[in-house]
Design a protein around this ligand. Sequence first.
Ligand code: TYM
Length: 333
Amino acid sequence: MARIFSGIQPTGIATLGNYLGALRNWVALQDGEDECAFCLVDLHAITVWQDPEALRQQTRQMAALLLACGISPERSILFHQSGVSAHTRLAWIFNCVARMGWLKRMTQFKDKAGKNQEEVSTGLFVYPNLMAADIHAYHATKVPVGDDQLQHLELANDIAEKFNHDYGVPFFPRIEPLVLKESARVMSLRDGTKKMSKSDPSDFSRINMTDSADIIASKIRKAKTDPAPLPERMEELAERPEARNLVGIFAAVTGQAQQQVLGQFAGSGFGPFKEKLAEALVVHIGPISQRTREYLDDVPALDRVLRDGAARAEAIAGPIVAEAERLVGFLPR
Ligand code: TYM
């Protein structure tokens, strides 16, 4: 049995990108052989300023969404990162293993900090070390993510390798990304060359997992497209990123191959296609959004799920990180 680990930031509202790129894969994986741990990464969230009350609220909201998507607190370990101290203990060790040059190459840091590198938090810079610690604290070997996280996973492997080399023991295993090819990168509805993101200033760039049927329909209607009709083959969409993205989304939510979708709509303009796409999204997201609201009605029960998850997570990560601390030369706690 292997261990699977993944995380999501409890900031803003999860998007269709988070869902298609990561969350639905998590739900599928928990029915397999491997043990799954899924984490609401509140420590990562505060690398940029979060209003404390909003962070608490959004952590619960994200927990409710994961349960509504089908994450089972029995089959998986669902918890909040700050509830398990092993993450920060190992992250500190990794801060001392990773090299400045490695972190300076991280494209996500460069994107997020932009020209403002002197002003962003130091946490934002060492963020990938904490992410490596999240995974390695569990000796997890499989990590389901969208493709924007791949560079961080390569870094996590580099850190593990350097730790093992420096301390002369094969302590941390290699990790393998699990990426769903068809929906590894769901793009913005306003610009097919940009990732769909919670932090895009335009709400019309994304579908939120809590959007009502009317809002979904209006966002899809307004989604950027081009004047040509849908073609017969996917290759013909190579230079049409917005059209390709919408076909990809349609395929993912209806469980078809992209080529099959074109088989249905080739020659048609975007009007009828968008109508069917909005319908398919409403059928898929509506029940999830309804269940999310139901879970949010019982906050004490949600908090209990996370606390129980954190206790189970601590029971796995605590001894692994204690051994890492021993290898480094710390006295027992
Ligand atoms: P986060 O919170 O940005 O996103 C959570 C997951 O959603 C995926 N994702 C997407 N997939 C496809 N298309 C998109 N437009 C899209 N947007 C987001 C992300 O790839 C991710 O899998 N650093 C991580 C959280 C993290 C983590 C970890 C992940 C912390 N520790 C350990 C794995 C293992 C993040 O910010 O994800």
